[in-house]
Design a protein around this ligand. Sequence first.
Ligand code: HEC
Ligand code: HEC
Length: 355
Amino acid sequence: MSWKVGAACALAVLVFGLADPFAKVSAPANAVSAAPPRAVWRAGFAKPAAIPFPEDNPYTPQKAELGRRLFFDPILSGDGSRACVSCHLPDRGWSDGRPRARSRQDSDLDLHTPTVLNLAWQEGRLGWDGKFRDLESVAFMPITAPGNMNLPVPEALRRIGADASYVQAFGRAFEDGTVTQGRVEAALATFQRLIVSGPSPFDRWIAGDEAAIPEPAKRGFDLFNGRANCAACHGGWSFSDGSFHDIGTGRDEDVGRGRFVPNSTALRYAFKTPGLRDVARRAPFMHDGSLASLEAVVDLYDRGGIARPSRSRDIRPLGLTAAERADLVAFLGTLTSDEPGGTALAEFGPAPPKP
Ligand code: HEC
Ligand code: HEC
């Protein structure tokens, strides 16, 4: 159902001629562009009725509960010092507040920790550069990476299999208590699909409460969908198209998705579009953590980032006024949910105590 709304909105965008929104700036005479179709835009951000789960890994409460336990359990790191939650912290929008993730040796890993909010709606590849096929396939990368959790697969399975309460939990979640890599992946992914951002002032506004967000934020919403063109990539309920773009960020040595598709100009320096829900909780921003604040992010888009052949055609200098930049930041702030963490924690309670 949500997809129909999304499709209707995409259609509306085409009908309203926003496919090249910059054209509107130079041709404002068009009758349709006189008033922003705010109502149409609003409809495109309504919350879907249900969390989608893949057919080959359907939701069960037993699998989700097992996945929750694994996500919080340092049993999955070689020296027992870290768990998934060490970097994906619920009250930091499931990121970690650092420019780049902390390695086991206390130095910086190559990339900033992305949020794991709302990944159930992510249909394409995961990771900043798309190195992961799907949510299931992510887990053993951090678990086995020597600079991260540093635990080889056989040792991980042996350890969990030696814990009687885990064997029971696997028995409840699957046909029997055998611990396999695929089952660990399935359980972790099921839990993570429940990590959904909770209601925010923006949602109340979408639902019709005009007083839920202030006027500057409403103007920011119009800019986001109109002249500033943000919704070209940050569209839909989770504010991500799940695709890869060069927006003009980054260091020369990291070509993002271009590493896997070396012959594509467009994918050089292309990174995955992050969702924007709870974005104000998880500074700093971008794949390299290079931007410290939302103001800095909006300034980058206003300048148009680094102009180079790979830069997306949806990115160009915007020429926003200081007031317009502030409106955009005010709008982004309305996406902060009332409770940090989202629905997964509410459903399953606090983390189990550390062993
Ligand atoms: C040292 C901090 C750290 C730990 C511990 C960690 N992650 Fe991550 N996580 C990251 C970083 C950095 C990335 C980005 C990796 C990339 O793009 O290549 C990431 C990416 C992800 C993604 C992809 C998100 C997206 O939007 O594409 C998922 C899912 C994820 N991690 C889940 C987990 C799970 C499950 C665990 C535990 C088994 C875990 N992480 C442990 C830092 C961490
Ligand atoms: C061409 C597609 C595209 C457009 C247009 C676009 N973005 Fe982005 N956005 C991205 C991508 C891709 C990233 C990640 C880039 C990176 O990591 O280097 C990103 C990152 C962000 C982030 C950081 C999120 C995080 O978790 O680190 C924010 C905030 C953001 N964009 C807001 C905006 C706003 C506001 C606009 C309009 C002024 C906009 N975006 C326009 C694709 C786009």
